[in-house]
Design a protein around this ligand. Structure first.
Ligand SMILES: [Cu+2]
Length: 444
């Protein structure tokens, strides 16, 4: 009996270690995908798991003969490419792809109601278009809304002519669309009863559609925070856990890929809406995003894409995020050098320290409240033990401590509260985080 308990504890410890390891080192924030311009996609069935512990039959796209994935592979091409997509259909129903925003020609297959379809069980069709406009695009089944619900959706990214991954990261052909890091934010939803009906071969009634699961890049929270390409999420390879340094520009490529709308809210700062549906918000060609507007919530509409630029410096928090106040005793990062020594009050050109991006008018200003003693606090798993960026402190015994770099976590989530669940289990669904990391924490 005692031996059994030890064994069981060992398994629990192993499981805990596994969970901590999977989330403790937040992953790359860059967009992963496959590069063309020729793609061989297959439509096929497989299963995904949801964060409430369930699993569902899905239909999705795969890269060639690999397993289908949800969403489909992100197709990354360059402006001017002649893009060719060969779709082979392994489903038992005809299917097709539509590419909103592209002038597509199709060869092979047969004409369905509106689209050129690949026949069931092995039919193929080839779609071609010239990627003449940079931006963020959607591709999805054009055959029936049921196929979108079943998972036949994906993203296309067209890099602008002047793009360079090292020296010129721009979303469009204008310097005001420049970014430091980018993240895919593809939102979908699912009604499990429909997937059960399809799995059991029963008739499907889309008029009773009632989603209870919501996904960012094919995962519910907290799975969105785990790494890309995990062996325990073989058909859901893409995460959503952007990490930036203060002052960096994060490009969010937002796609409403389902059949419902979702009001996504981004904490920490307002964002700039610079483009919609793959078009820069400009008054004239070459003017840049001069029609960009600021908001803190963006409604994701079905079929619509939006590009947002989000950044964060701690500006006007009215306290020193690095804890440079010598009177403080909290564990805080120790930045060497003469921070903000070039700051001249009233001169906005000197407001940000060139090395740390610190907002200098707040330099040295004390943290505004006294933190209660540790035994009076409730610790969330992402608290580092210090309120300062890059700081760390003692955490209670057995505390998971998922914030090794002492970053600031801002929750990004849907403002429709039921969408913060996975099949009625809270928390789940449309929740993710952005992490602001101390300038000294290396980011991949
Ligand atoms: Cu909120």
């Amino acid at each position: 009996m005692k031996r059994l308990r030890i064994m069981r504890n060992r398994w629990i410890l192993l499981l805990l270690a596994f969970i901590v390891l999977a989330w403790a080192v937040p992953a790359r924030a860059d967009i992963v995908g496959i590069t063309g311009p020729v793609f061989n996609l297959e439509a096929k069935a497989d299963t995904i798991v949801t964060s409430d512990g369930d699993s569902f039959l899905m239909w999705g796209y795969s890269n060639g003969g690999s397993r289908m994935q949800y969403p489909g592979p992100t197709l990354i091409v360059n402006q001017g490419d002649g893009v060719v997509i060969n779709l082979t259909n392994r489903l038992h129903v005809p299917t097709s792809i539509v590419f909103p925003g592209q002038k597509v020609s199709a060869a092979g297959g047969t004409m369905g109601v509106l689209t050129q379809e690949a026949a069931a069980n092995g039919g193929t069709v080839t779609y071609s278009f010239t990627a003449d406009q940079p931006g963020t695009y959607l591709y999805r089944s054009g055959t029936h809304a049921l196929q979108v619900e079943m998972g036949l959706v994906g993203a296309i990214i067209v890099r602008p002519t002047g793009y360079d991954a090292v020296s010129n990261k721009i979303a469009y052909n204008h310097p005001d669309s420049a970014f430091d890091r980018e993240v895919l934010y593809l939102v979908t939803e699912m009604d499990p009863l429909i997937h059960r009906a399809v799995a059991l071969g029963q008739p499907v009634d889309m008029t009773t559609y009632f989603p209870t699961n919501w996904f960012i890049n094919g995962r519910n929270w907290p799975d969105v925070m785990a790494d890309n390409f995990l062996p325990w999420l073989p058909t859901q390879p893409y995460n959503c856990i952007p990490r930036i340094h203060p002052g960096e520009k994060l490009l969010l490529r937002c796609i409403g890929a389902g059949i419902d709308s979702h009001p996504m809210h981004y904490h920490g700062n307002n964002f700039d809406v610079i483009a919609e549906d793959g078009r820069l918000l400009s008054t004239a060609p070459g003017a840049g995003p001069d029609l960009a507007w600021k908001a803190n919530t963006r409604r994701f509409l079905p079929g619509k894409t939006t590009d947002l630029i989000w950044t964060w410096t701690g500006e006007e928090l009215s306290w020193d995020i690095y804890g440079h106040d010598p009177g403080l005793t909290y564990p805080r990062p120790n930045i060497a050098g003469n921070i903000c020594d070039q700051y001249i009050p009233g001169d906005t050109n000197t407001y940000f320290d060139p090395d740390t991006r610190e907002y200098c008018p707040d330099h040295g200003i004390a943290f505004p409240v006294l933190i209660p003693p540790q035994d009076s606090l409730t610790f969330g798993p992402f608290y580092s033990g210090s309120p300062f960026l890059g700081g760390g402190g003692d955490l209670p015994p057995a505390h998971a401590g998922l914030n090794a770099g002492g970053g600031f976590f801002y929750m990004w989530h849907s403002h429709t509260e039921k969408e913060l669940t996975s099949n009625d289990i809270w928390p789940g669904g449309l929740v993710s985080f952005v992490i602001i990391e101390h300038p000294a924490v290396p980011l991949p």
